[in-house]
Design a protein around this ligand. Structure first.
Ligand code: APR
Length: 268
C-alpha cells in the first residue's frame, strides 16, 4: 500500500531546503566516497532537494518528463496535465511536438508554478548508454537555457526518464547533477536563483542522496564560519524542513504506470 500525497498548500522555492541547510541539519550525509572530479560547494545555497509531488511547487518553472507528442501521458506528465487542467493540453497541441533532448515552454494554468517546461527524455538504451546519456544531458541543459531565456529564476526538475523510460536512477541522477553543476558554472547560470531536484520514488531519493554530496559537497566549515546557524535558527529551519509533505512512494495516480517500463532492450 502506498501513502498518497494529500493535496498540499503550494510550496515556494524558499521553503525548499538548500543543500547547505540540509547539511547543517544533518539531513544529507557527506559521501564516504568523496567528491567527484569537478565537484564544488559553490552552489549549495542554490541547489534544493524536495521529495514529493512536483505539481505542488509554486516555483517559476517545473520540468515535465514528456514524450515527443507533448500530448500528455502517465507518470509526472499525467500528474501535471491533471493538475493544470485542459488548457495545458490545448496549448501543447499548438507546439507541434518536441524531439528527444529538447524542451518547450507553456503556461501553467491551474498549477501553482508560473510555467511548465516540457522536456523529452531518452528511452534508456542499455546497448548504447552513451547515446542515452547525451540525450539526457540535453534535456537538463535545454531546460535550464529555456528557463534563463524566459527570465525565470527558480526551476524544479522531475527525475527525467527514470520511470517508464527506464533510465537507471543512479546514472540519471549523476547526469542531472553533473549537467546542472556545469551550467551553474557558466555566465548564464548566474541568472538562476535555485535549481530544485524533485524525487518521488524511493529509488530516486536514494540516488540523489548518494550523488548530491559527491557533486555538491559541503564547504569545509571555517573556524569563523559566519553562517553557523544559531540554536533558534536551527530550530526554525528544522521546523520548516519538517513541514514539507510526506510523500507517496509511488505515483498515486497511476500505479500501473511505473510497470509499463519501456527499455530499448525490451523492445526486441
Ligand atoms: N511529482 C514528481 N515526480 C513524479 C510524479 C509527481 N507527481 N509522478 C511521477 N514522478 C516521477 C517518477 O517517480 C519518475 O522518477 O517522475 C519520474 C519520471 O517518470 P515518468 O513520469 O514515467 O517519465 P519518464 O520515465 O521520463 O517517461 C516518460 O512517460 O508519462 C509518460 O508521457 C510520458 O511518454 C512519456 C513517458
Amino acid at each position: 500500500m502506498f501513502r498518497t500525497a494529500i493535496r498540499m498548500a503550494p510550496i515556494s522555492a524558499s521553503e525548499i531546503p538548500s543543500l547547505n541547510l540540509l547539511y547543517k541539519l544533518d539531513r544529507l550525509d557527506v559521501s564516504r566516497l568523496g567528491p567527484l572530479k569537478g565537484a564544488s560547494p559553490a552552489y549549495n545555497d542554490r541547489i534544493g532537494l524536495f521529495r514529493g509531488d512536483i505539481t505542488t511547487l509554486s516555483v517559476d518553472a517545473i520540468v515535465n518528463a514528456a514524450n515527443t507528442s507533448l500530448l500528455g501521458g502517465g507518470g509526472v506528465d499525467g500528474a501535471i496535465h491533471r493538475a493544470a487542467g485542459p488548457k495545458l493540453l490545448a496549448e501543447c497541441r499548438t507546439l507541434g511536438g518536441c524531439p528527444t533532448g529538447a524542451s518547450k515552454i507553456t503556461d501553467a494554468y491551474k498549477l501553482p508554478c508560473k510555467k511548465v517546461i516540457h522536456t523529452v527524455g531518452p528511452v534508456y538504451d542499455d546497448t548504447h548508454p552513451a547515446v542515452s546519456e547525451a540525450a539526457l544531458r540535453d534535456c537538463y541543459r535545454s531546460s535550464l537555457e529555456l528557463a534563463v531565456k524566459s527570465g525565470l529564476k527558480t526551476i524544479a526538475f522531475s527525475a527525467i526518464s527514470t520511470g517508464v523510460y527506464g533510465y537507471p536512477s543512479l546514472d540519471a541522477a549523476h547526469v542531472a547533477c553533473d549537467t546542472v553543476r556545469k551550467y551553474l558554472g557558466t555566465g548564464d547560470g548566474e541568472a538562476l536563483d535555485k535549481v530544485i531536484f524533485v524525487t518521488f520514488e524511493e529509488k530516486d531519493v536514494r540516488a540523489y542522496n548518494h550523488l548530491l554530496p559527491r557533486h555538491f559537497p559541503p564547504s569545509t566549515p571555517s573556524t569563523n564560519d559566519h553562517d553557523q546557524l544559531t540554536k533558534e535558527q536551527n530550530a526554525e529551519a528544522e521546523a520548516r524542513a519538517s513541514q514539507l509533505p510526506n510523500v507517496p512512494s509511488t505515483d498515486p495516480a497511476d500505479p500501473e504506470h511505473a510497470l509499463k517500463k519501456q527499455k530499448q532492450g525490451d523492445k526486441k
